[in-house]
Design a protein around this ligand. Structure first.
Ligand SMILES: Cc1cc2nc3c(=O)[nH]c(=O)nc-3n(C[C@H](O)[C@H](O)[C@H](O)COP(=O)(O)OP(=O)(O)OC[C@H]3O[C@@H](n4cnc5c(N)ncnc54)[C@H](O)[C@@H]3O)c2cc1C
Length: 284
């Protein structure tokens, strides 16, 4: 049985932020696909649940040439996957969105809920990392911006403080020639977090970025690997080397989805495959 809590659904952002300030032990509810499971199991027993779905600012989904993309806190994963301006510019994000659970679940689940839940295997984190996304955070005193690579602090932990909520995520604009990819190995297609997720991007300026999920306590950028890759032109041989090297930079755990050994193996395969496919897309 669900434990008792107060449920509020404010229409105004100011009301929501005031409620968060006044009520400790408030959980924010977006799509609820993570939170409701925790509530049903009584794994979380908040005194207050703040539903943010009626707040107009959270519904913003907008692309502006030269400025980039903004995805509000209640924009669903299907809205991300289906927006033509995201499909044209941010391929890895669309591929990751399409890989999350099932179509029905994606109609509820939000991109922001995915990162706030801060699972090490969150599918949308790796693409946001390779696009250098920024997280827009608000409390009743004002707003702050946090780079996505500083947002996650541990398993299910983020920099969010009491009284704060995420308003949305912004991604810088990408120029023609920017290619990216997201690859995920899961136990079954759909309905499951990844055993390993890899996002790779070769920007128009030929800078390569690689991020992984489910191989560390938080989603991570492989910056040491990027440094080596970015010191020379990307080739098929270098992609093979990078796959081997990636395994040395991660320390995955064994869990219900996979053994650590299998994760290590698959990580190398996916990094090599992602870079090879970027090359095939004409990346360098
Ligand atoms: C059957 C099933 C399959 C799944 N498969 C996948 C999968 O393949 N890949 C994957 O990555 N995930 C998967 N998930 C997990 C989940 O669907 C995603 O993480 C989803 O994106 C969460 O979004 P939500 O809007 O439902 O979040 P919610 O459940 O509403 O919230 C999640 C957490 O974030 C907090 N939160 C939400 N919005 C904000 C905000 N604006 N500010 C601050 N905190 C906030 C909430 O308080 C809560 O702690 C699956 C879940 C289920 C039930």
């Amino acid at each position: 049985m669900l434990s008792r809590f107060d449920y509020v659904r404010p229409q105004l952002l100011e009301e929501a932020l005031a409620y968060l300030r006044q009520n400790t032990g408030t959980e924010i509810l977006a799509g609820g696909t993570d939170l409701m499971i925790m509530l049903r199991r009584n794994a979380q027993m908040p005194g207050h649940v703040l539903d943010i779905k009626s707040i107009p600012e959270t519904k913003r989904l907008e692309y502006k040439p030269g400025q980039g993309l903004f995805i509000g806190a209640t924009v669903t994963v299907n809205q991300v996957a289906e927006a033509d301006f995201i499909q044209k510019k941010y391929a890895a994000l669309v591929q990751a969105a399409n890989s999350l659970a099932s179509y029905q679940l994606r109609n509820r689940a939000t991109l922001v809920g995915n990162i706030c839940n801060a699972s090490p295997g969150a599918d949308l984190a790796a693409p946001l990392l390779v696009y250098d996304a920024k997280v827009h955070i608000a409390n009743s005193q004002g707003n702050r911006l946090v780079a996505i690579n500083e947002f996650f602090t541990g398993v299910k932990k983020t920099v969010l403080q009491r009284g704060e909520m995420v308003l949305g995520v912004s991604l810088p604009d990408v120029t023609a020639g920017d290619v990216s990819i997201f690859l995920k190995q899961a136990r079954i297609k759909g309905h499951d977090l990844g055993i390993v997720g890899v996002a790779a991007r070769l920007a128009a300026d030929k800078v390569c970025r690689i991020a992984m999920s489910a191989v560390a306590p938080t989603p991570i950028r492989l910056t040491k690997l990027e440094e080596v890759l970015n010191a020379q032109p990307l080739t098929a041989e270098l992609a093979i080397w990078a796959g081997e090297e990636a395994r040395k930079l991660i320390k995955p755990i064994s869990d219900v989805r996979s053994s650590a050994e299998y994760r290590l193996h698959v990580s190398g395969v996916l990094v090599k495959r992602a870079l090879t496919q970027l090359l095939d897309m004409g990346g360098k």
